[in-house]
Ligand binder design. Sequence first.
Ligand code: SF4
Length: 319
Amino acid sequence: MATVFDQTKGVGRPRHPEKAHRPDQPVARKPAWIRVKVPVSKDYFATREIVARHRLATVCEEAACPNIGECWAHKHATFMILGEICTRACAFCNVATGKPLPPDPDEAERVAFAVKEMGLKHAVITSVDRDDLADGGAGQFAAVIRAICAASPETSIEVLTPDFRGKEGALEVVLEAGPDVFNHNLETVPGLYPTIRPGARYYHSLRLLERAKELRPDVFTKSGIMVGLGETREQIMQVMDDMRCAGVEFITIGQYLQPTRKHAPVAKFYAPEEFEDLARAARAKGFLMVAASPLTRSSHNAGADFEALRRARASSSPS
Ligand code: SF4
């Protein structure tokens, strides 16, 4: 199991202490269509330097995202606010778990500086789960949105938030700050929540998306799932129907990859044609935008997808 040597997480502390005593799970060999190249480009290292200099965390690194070489070469990174330690312990996620530090009051400004320096047209902000905070971290999301708006008024902003379970008023605080896209991932089918996402509740997450649309119909809503955790096609279809009923406009579907031997094993690698089949089904169900491929992640190509979403909404609105 990987260890980290960063003071914010504790020297030599295991990333996932709650999983340390679990039996090792088999690790399936990745098919050819999943393999990615080691990042080597000049722009990749330039992005890495900016992120490090502003002392920012990214989900690209913390979640060991396979697209990091491609995204960072295009100066696209997803900032992870509220620290690098998550209070939940999902069976699929590589983000370190444990007791986080208090929120950093300067974080919003540092994110805004980095967005400006990178010249981002579209910024994606996510966070760890902060069940320890009274507002679940909603205030920090709002501060970051406002700081980016002030520093880079032309930049569109997408937030990928936790479920704010039990945090009354948190969603309202985030939406009042004015993001352009509200994203909350359902992650998997409801039948797998007890084993894969035990700290969350499927219908709570669904309702969060529905309430976001009720509160701010102008803000795009987006959600995603991973496949390959043991779900059936019927269960995926049900999740799509649930999302559409909740008003979700953009669905992302990607292949689950097992971060370590202590995480849930991959039950199946979906072939690219199976993703095309799922994409066709999603389009038929009325999503404005669909991204489905083995390496689709919720923030992959988020800027270009946001522009496409805007065009899709404009062409579907009655003139
Ligand atoms: S897909 Fe998202 S998380 Fe992965 S590297 Fe790209 S921006 Fe980062």
